[in-house]
Every structure is written in C-alpha cells, then in structure tokens.
Design a protein. Structure first.
Length: 249
C-alpha cells in the first residue's frame, strides 16, 4: 500500500482546539499506523486497534470521543460495531472509512450504523482532520435525561439526580461496559467470565460473578428511588441484563 500523502500545511496549520480522543479501528496494519501517526501530529489522542474485540478491550480503560471504523474487519463487522456504539454512546462521533462506496453501503452506514460521516478509501488525510474537528465542535450529549453515565477515566457511575454518583470497582466497570455494548444489553455468565479474564482478572466463577452483581445492585439501590428499576437483572439460564439506560463517557 502506498504511503499516505503528506499535507503541505501540516507544520503550520492550527492544532485541534482540545485533546480529542479517537479510536481508529482498521485491520490493515500499515494504514492504521500511518493514520495514527498523521492524526497524532495534528494533536489528536489516537488509540489504534485492529478489530472489534480490540476496541472492546480499549473501552474498558479509555474514554473515546470519536470512532473511525473500517467496515471490513475480522470477526464482528464494522456496521455491527457502529450500531452498538451508537446505542451505547449516542453522543459519540462515528466515522466510517471504507472502500465500499456503493450507494446502498453508504445508506446502510448512516441508517443501520448511525454514522455521522462516511469517507471512501483511499481517505484524504486533510479531509479526515476536518471531519474530526467538525465533529468535536458540534458534538453534544443527546442521551436521555434519565440515563446513567459511566466515566471511564475516573471509574464513576452517575445517575440523573445530583446525589447519584458512585465509585465503581474494576470488575463493576467491566461488567457495566460489557452489558452496555452487548446486543439487547444481555450477556451470558460464561461470556462475562471470559471478558473479566481478558481484562486482566483471574478466572471468575459463576458464584464470584454473582457476588459482583449483587454488590453493584446494592450500591446503586442505595441512591435510587423505591420504584426505580434495578440496574441489572438475572435471566435464568441466560445470564444478566442491563435494565437502565446507560451511556459511556
């Protein structure tokens, strides 16, 4: 693959107005590294990963403002990733970057994936920078007023009421992030145990997982109203379901 063209204005053009955190999901190693280098030189904080699985691991520790996602990825496809990101993080910026330029693909990117922009490959680096800066200027939280929010940087969970602010353990945050991004906000116990192990924890038994859930329920219930929905419910034979609107921030 030929190197990305270098913009003539790179040394003297203005830097980004603030540090914008970007997840770059691209399975082509050379393109991924070249784009990451280019965007970092423009003042962005870039987290390059090669798959949806790598993105999920990244999201357990990093708060992302904008996502650049290729459609043709190993494992989970880019359109599916965009869709669940949009549901979990309605305020995030999502840019699809792909060689699939047919009208039906573009429409699917906007309608099914919830993308803000759809850029064809080979991407023009200057245009990508302008798109990122445009998104950063106009992005505003659009989640429900009743949604709870996880702040991944300081590991807190905040509810719609001012007094509803809690500190999360590492395992509690992993659990909520995984459920927030899962299809139907539901995951089986076995899969959750694997996610904990991939996050750096030792293997987790079904009993230990239940203890994490019970402790989190008790913690959230202490700041909820008597009629409020519990944060997580057990689904017999299936696992656990997230029961409240939750936004990752």
């Amino acid at each position: 693959m030929s190197p990305l063209p270098q913009p003539s204005f790179l040394p003297s053009s203005p830097t980004t107005p603030h540090k914008i955190s970007v997840a770059l999901v691209e399975d082509d190693h050379l393109l991924r590294e070249e784009l990451a280098y280019f965007l970092r030189a423009r003042g962005f904080v870039v987290h390059p990963v090669g798959s949806g699985h790598g993105l999920d691991e990244l999201l357990t520790t990093e708060a992302i403002d904008t996502y650049i996602i290729d459609l043709n990825l190993p494992g989970e496809g880019g359109l599916s990733i965009c869709n669940r990101l949009r549901r979990a993080m309605p305020e995030a910026g999502i840019i699809i970057m792909t060689a699939r330029v047919a009208v039906r693909d573009r429409l699917a990117g906007y309608q099914q994936g919830g993308a803000d922009f759809y850029l064809p490959k080979p991407v023009v680096p200057d245009e990508l920078v302008m798109v990122l800066m445009s998104l950063s200027r106009r992005m505003r939280p659009v989640g429900s007023a009743m949604a709870w929010r996880i702040n991944l940087r300081d590991r807190t969970l905040a509810g719609p009421e001012e007094h509803q602010r809690l500190w999360l353990t590492h395992r509690e945050q992993l659990l909520l992030v995984a459920l927030a991004q899962a299809k139907g906000n539901q995951l089986g116990s076995d899969l959750l145990a694997e996610i904990f192990e991939e996050g750096g924890d030792p293997p987790l038994s079904a009993h230990a997982l239940e203890e994490v859930v019970v402790d989190l329920r008790r913690k959230v219930r202490a700041v909820q109203g008597p009629a409020d929905e519990p944060i997580i419910k057990s689904v017999w034979g299936r696992g656990y379901t997230l029961c409240i609107p939750l936004v990752l921030a």
